[in-house]
Unconditional design. Structure first.
Lengths: 366, 593
């Protein structure tokens, strides 16, 4: 790297603003302070040829070996079962489609930030299906109808409406706490199918949310939920859409985009490790999250994600699925340019990292 | 019965009860067991061999059949064990019948529902765990570790060890019976099979030489023979006969034989190719000289006659081993071929790195051997044999060990063995009283002085006698280093393992560390062990041939084209070859210099 490149760089705007503010407040020489900050900043950057990937990997994985393999234990808050420790960390870096315990943390807007509203919202969030409101269900084969008793009389009308809206070719009658659905078919099997369908109909709450618990954190009233549905939750008027988040990386990606997904990876991974009292520098986790998300999509760290996307055939073959990679490469006439670290270790040459990265260039004309 | 169907009944419980009653009165043999499995609705009667059975006292209506009268008679020798079995006082249960039994651990917890009573609650422990005194004062896992290490201890494993030819065995030179014992020491012939020694233990630190579980040991004790042991290893050679009348020949190989190792290698052998007893042997030297006919005749070898057609197949002392020839056996195998067995003995005096353990899962390695004059001593002049670090106690909570030290001290003072089996120990108070009566502090602590300075230690030190075992993990059998050495044939990489003088592997993760440090050249050097120069054809990218007669390099496909020498690891070249064997064409593209 040339001399010019090493000194010519711009400090992040946020840092510049901070320096300006402090110099104003403390009445310091702004230029001098900036120079010192630049020096410190430059020292904090890694040097050319430094294997930050390996250092980050080691810095995350060494403390992880101390994590217990315990999957479950109860979190402090009112008996919610949560995936913790190593299994959760693996889940994050494997970019699993759905977390084992999907959870949302819902913040409330200022005007609703009180115990009453929070409790009311928490109650209304939990998804309720016809099944949850049914006391007894039976099939009447004489009249080709489904009869069921409802636990809460006040909900009868609502259920009738939902059933009418969602099912075609049926007539719905209500008799006190009984609801009778008459179907025009003669087929018993169809009747059974319909019964399942009815039971699965959603009456109220947000789809996918199984449990909600209110908690106070500082000034804020927070609702923790099991099960996530970010898109629908954000549409609720009490919810503060700026702070509410889910631990589902892929859902965040779908709702907010890749940058948010990256932030969730960082936040969740760090949180998981801090719960186990493991102090890992945020920059290592940020690097891992960057690698996972820089392609615009969340890819896992492993065979089907980052490691599988390496350019070198040899290093892919050495990792996993050796035969697949070798055969594919031979069919497609692929070339391995031996520019990575692993390939060069294999063939016994100097690896292009650290001191082995540099070559002497002579320019005779100068 | 015994896995076969013989009949059926409508009253299984009645049948089972009847069989049991008849067995108890002697009508049916006492080795027959019967069990009724309710969930399967099956009665199983077992009389075959190979079932593990254990004796229990029969209980009827909440009363054990073994009465005080029986015990009195047993004590007087009027009746024996077999009488108890015959009279239906005691019976043996196998694992199946045990499922029907309801066994009480103690007599005082018997109810009318119980069917059997244990002889002693200590029978829940196995053999090696029964060796541990005061086990109920230790945390459970420590008893487990202690039991494991009893199995690794060096003692006298068999009294006929001088007649045996075990491949490897260890025998302690002067073992002693523990001062603090449990009931098994009198039940089994332990007098003939001791497995350690009583030592004076001081619980103290010694300049950090006993930190991290290591122990400091008194050189004076070692000079007096404490924990000496012999390792015996048997080497054998057979004079085999082959098809076609050829046979091996035991003797000193003549110079010129294939694989002849030079005169020096055979210097320990007498004329017949076997060493005399008491010959001092060195590592890798020949113990039994032998030559064998070549078995895989090559094209040229067929025409070679005489001794060039034989190969040296001598038996050598293992790499890293030393020793003296203890015994030589010259005998015959079943097939009538000559068989030589040479037992080599090696004296193992404890040294830094040898592993020792008490019976309470407290293992440690010798950290320092201290001359007796430098060891701490008590007012009465007692010098400990072993200094054990007190940091080993709090986290592991082996209170049993502390009690053993006090009990050992009492035993040494009074001259009587202390018996403290599981759940019925000699009480701590009793021990303390005896100590006080004999002029000691009742907590086992004593004022001690530093042997090097003569100064009194500020604190008093807990000292007493305890049983220690020497475990079969001796440094002299493990020490290993290598700089250059043999390589494997296939990969040309260094061999693995101490016996093959192997290298120490720098693995995948260690490699990553070198990369993380940016030490590329150190990494290359470390992985250079199988570096080779390969000639590569610049046209086809495959390995070329060096024609030594014409002194030219030729590509077998493209002929005399530009051929370049490339340096690579032999393992990589091997991989290229393997790819070729799988019909994958690995073309090496060589760039310009």
């Amino acid at each position: 790297m040339s001399e010019q490149l090493q000194t010519d760089f711009e400090l992040p705007t946020k840092l510049v603003e901070e320096v300006e503010e402090i110099s104003r407040e403390m009445k310091l020489n702004k230029e001098k302070l900036m120079e010192e900050v630049r020096k410190a900043y430059q020292q904090g950057r890694f040097e050319p040829g430094e294997s930050i990937g390996i250092i980050a990997a080691q810095s995350i994985s060494e403390p992880s070996t101390q994590m217990t393999m315990r999957t479950y234990h109860f979190a402090g808050i009112a008996g919610i079962k949560v995936t913790y420790g190593l299994p959760r960390l693996i889940e994050i870096f494997d970019a699993k489609k759905e977390p084992e315990t999907p959870m949302m943390t819902i913040y409330l807007k200022k005007e609703y930030n009180n115990a009453n509203d929070a409790a009311k919202l928490a109650e209304n969030l939990v998804e309720r299906k016809v099944l949850n409101l049914t006391k007894k269900i039976s099939l009447n084969l004489n009249e080709n109808s489904i009869e069921f008793e409802v636990t809460d009389k006040r909900k009868v009308d609502l259920i009738c409406k939902v059933v009418k809206d969602n099912l075609k070719n049926v007539s719905v009658r209500a008799k006190e706490d009984k609801i009778i659905i008459v179907v025009k078919t003669e087929d018993v099997r169809e009747l059974q199918k319909l019964k399942e369908k009815v039971l699965d109909l959603q009456i109220d709450g947000v789809r996918g949310i199984r449990n909600a618990i209110v908690r106070k954190e500082g000034e804020d009233w927070i609702i923790n939920t099991i099960g996530t549905n970010l898109r629908d939750t954000l549409n609720i008027k009490e919810v503060d859409e700026r702070r509410t988040y889910t631990n589902d990386i892929h859902e965040t990606l779908a709702v907010f985009g890749i940058e948010a997904a990256r932030n969730i990876i960082i936040r969740e991974a760090l949180k998981t490790m801090q719960e186990q009292a493991l102090d890992v520098d945020i920059r290592y986790v940020m690097l891992a999250a960057d690698i996972m998300t820089f392609g615009g999509d969340v890819s896992s760290i492993g065979r089907y994600g980052v490691a599988g996307a390496k350019t070198s055939i040899l290093s892919r073959a050495a990792f996993e699925e050796t035969i697949k990679h070798l055969v594919r490469a031979s069919i497609r006439n692929e070339v391995d340019n031996l520019q990575g670290i692993f390939e060069n270790v294999m063939i016994g040459q100097v690896v292009p990292a650290g001191t082995g990265m540099f070559e002497l260039i002579v320019r005779p004309e100068e | 019965m015994d896995g076969k169907f013989v009949g059926y009944t409508n009253e299984p419980q009645k049948l089972v009860n009847e069989i049991r009653t008849k067995r108890r009165d002697g009508t049916i043999h006492y080795q027959v067991n019967v069990a009724y499995h309710e969930h399967l609705d099956e009665v199983r009667i077992l009389s075959d061999s190979g079932r593990v059975r254990r004796p229990l006292i029969i209980v009827e209506n909440g009363k054990p059949k073994l009465t005080k009268e029986h015990i009195e008679k047993l004590k007087r020798g009027e009746i024996g064990w077999n009488d108890l079995v015959k009279n239906g006082v005691v019976e043996f249960l196998d694992s199946e019948e045990e499922e029907n039994a309801y066994i009480a651990l103690n007599e005082n917890e018997l109810t009318t529902e119980h069917t059997h009573l244990e002889f002693d609650p200590a029978v829940i422990l196995g053999l090696s765990a029964s060796f541990i005194p005061y086990p109920e004062f230790n945390r459970g896992d420590r008893v487990n570790y202690g039991a494991k290490m009893v199995g690794q201890s060096i003692g006298i494993f068999a009294t006929n060890f001088l007649l045996r030819t075990d491949t490897k065995s260890n025998v302690m030179v002067y073992p002693t019976k523990p001062l603090v014992q449990t009931h098994v020491y009198s039940v089994i012939p332990y007098d003939k099979h001791p497995n350690g020694s009583n030592v004076v233990v001081a619980v103290a630190s010694f300049d950090g030489y006993n930190m991290e579980d290591s122990i400091v040991i008194n050189a004076g004790s070692l000079q007096k023979g404490l924990f000496w042991s012999y390792m015996y290893r048997t080497y054998e050679a057979e004079q085999k006969r082959y098809l076609g009348g050829q046979e091996d020949l035991i003797g000193i190989p003549e110079a010129g034989v294939r694989g002849y190792a030079g005169e020096d290698a055979y210097k320990h052998l007498s004329k017949d190719g076997i060493p005399y007893p008491e010959t001092d042997l060195e590592s890798d030297k020949v113990i039994i000289g032998r030559v064998s006919p070549l078995r895989f005749l090559g094209t040229m070898d067929r025409f070679i006659t005489g001794f060039e057609n034989i190969r040296e197949t001598s038996v050598r002392l293992r790499h890293g081993d030393f020793g003296i020839v203890d015994r030589v056996f010259v005998t015959e195998t079943v097939d009538g071929t000559k068989l030589i067995k040479v037992v080599v003995r090696d004296l193992k005096v404890p040294e830094i790195g040898d592993k020792f353990a008490s019976r309470h899962g407290q293992k440690g390695v010798v950290g320092l051997v201290v001359p007796p004059e430098d060891m701490p001593f008590t007012e009465s002049g007692i010098v400990p044999d072993i200094i054990f670090n007190p940091h080993g106690i709090p986290s592991r909570m082996t209170i049993g060990q502390l009690l053993e030290i006090i009990a050992g001290k009492v035993a040494a003072v009074t001259g009587d063995y202390i018996n403290s089996p599981a759940f019925s120990p000699t009480p701590e108070k009793e021990l303390r009283d005896i100590l006080r009566k004999n002029g000691f502090r009742n907590d086992g602590k004593e004022i001690m002085y530093d042997g090097r300075t003569g100064k009194r230690f500020k604190s008093q030190i807990f000292i007493g006698s305890s049983f220690y075992q020497k475990l079969d993990h001796l440094v002299s059998n493990k020490i290993h280093a290598r700089s250059r050495g043999p390589v494997t044939l296939l990969t040309k990489q260094p061999t693995e393992g101490r016996s093959k003088e192997g290298g120490l592997r720098l693995g995948e993760m260690e490699k990553d560390c070198l990369i993380a440090h940016g030490a590329s050249l150190a990494l290359k050097e470390r992985f250079d062990s199988d570096k080779t120069t390969v000639s590569i054809c610049s046209v086809c990218g495959l390995v070329a041939i060096q024609d030594k007669i014409k002194n030219k390099k030729v590509c077998p496909i493209d002929g005399e084209v530009k051929i370049k020498d490339i340096q690579m690891s032999y393992a990589f070249k091997l991989m290229l070859d393997e790819l070729k064997s799988m019909l994958i064409y690995p073309k090496v593209v060589v760039g310009e210099e």
